[in-house]
Design a protein around this ligand. Sequence first.
Ligand SMILES: Nc1ncnc2c1ncn2[C@@H]1O[C@H](COP(=O)(O)OP(=O)(O)OP(=O)(O)O)[C@@H](O)[C@H]1O
Ligand SMILES: [Mg+2]
Length: 356
Amino acid sequence: MSKKPIILGIETSCDETAASIITENDQGIPVILSNIVSSQIDVHKEFGGVVPELAARAHLNKIDWIVQKAIDESGFKADKIDAIASTAGPGLIVCLSVGLSFGKSFASAMNIPFISVNHLEGHALSPKLNSKLDYPYLLLLISGGHSQYLSVKGIGNYKRLGTTIDDALGEAFDKTAKLLGVEFPGGPQIEVLAEKGDQNKYLLPKPIFNKGGCNLSFAGLKTAVLKISKNIKTEKDKFDIAASFQRTILEIMYKKTKNAFAEYEKNNLKNKTFVVAGGVAANKKIRSMLIKLCDENNFKSVFPPINLCGDNAAMIAMVGLEKFKMRQFDNLDYPAKPRWPLDESAAFLKGAGVKL
Ligand SMILES: Nc1ncnc2c1ncn2[C@@H]1O[C@H](COP(=O)(O)OP(=O)(O)OP(=O)(O)O)[C@@H](O)[C@H]1O
Ligand SMILES: [Mg+2]
């Protein structure tokens, strides 16, 4: 039996400092040996959002013991690690630089390969951890900074089928939460508040619902919530807004995902597998709606476990593992890339005047 690769992943693109060790079993299934995530919620809470300079300092303060903890919990000594994979983008440059520099220095000191990882590719491959998933597949990436449908044909091989032309879905949840007075980071709380509300109380807009294929838009929705939220008098009003907002999102995502299925099949991709990843994939209502839609359209639905939906380093190590097996290593002068789309050939589709 040949030795299985042991990969260290490091993630510092935004406000989570994370390190993880993974390997694979005899069946070639990736296995997580340790997965340490340290969130900076307390650092940024009073500012209502992530402050880049404070985030970078917090990464610097914690990165060495987070990596040490990941190594200790893996049960392996540092000299057994075969390669180091660090997030190189997209993200906040001051934050990316911390994990990237740490990973490069570690790789150099241990004389092992260094691998740069696209954070979004980490989300895209996160369902491969602990399970078997073959290419190609249709991916819906719904996170704090991105909302895209992509066909995934292999590592580094993405075709964007649709994208948001303004806010990301996670951003829409976060902004709605802020308008309802929920403390940062409020997105996940909308799901909780919505449980207690009347989802038919407010009729909210569904931007580009009947045009634009599987492109998405959420900015108009946020503006509508802003107007209604000025008249909040009781807690029940908040619950009703949260429920109505979430119902509207479900309707938008149902329709747009159907359009994405058609786009994917038009591209002659026969493997009908639909993968949903990113922080918003943790939302149970969105999950169950998408599972139902997949059943109706003969797609197999795949979600990462809830704890791997948000930012983590196991997904970064996952990309590292695939690149390691393909001998795709990077030089130690690899730059941090604040903007790094998965499909670099896709047109920039944001802002006023976008033609769909
Ligand atoms: N249960 C939930 N319902 C809705 N949104 C959620 C839920 N849980 C997390 N989110 C949202 O997911 C987002 C965080 O996801 P993630 O960590 O993947 O994003 P990010 O790393 O900030 O952005 P990106 O990956 O695009 O750079 C936040 O916007 C958060 O509100
Ligand atoms: Mg993320």
